[in-house]
Design a binder for this molecule. Sequence first.
Ligand SMILES: [Zn+2]
Length: 57
Amino acid sequence: MKVKCIECDCEFDAPKDVIKGEVLTCPDCGLELEVVNINSDPLEVKKAQVAGEDWGE
Ligand SMILES: [Zn+2]
């Protein structure tokens, strides 16, 4: 299965056992992508929330 980075548009292979909610790192730009739908091709991803950046809430 393929993943397409939402930041730099590069495509890379997802692990075969990828699960919804898994966070993959783009090999090109390093962005962390959270898998939100494994039934699409390429996989549907969104930018992962990085813990520790939301100070105060
Ligand atoms: Zn990227």
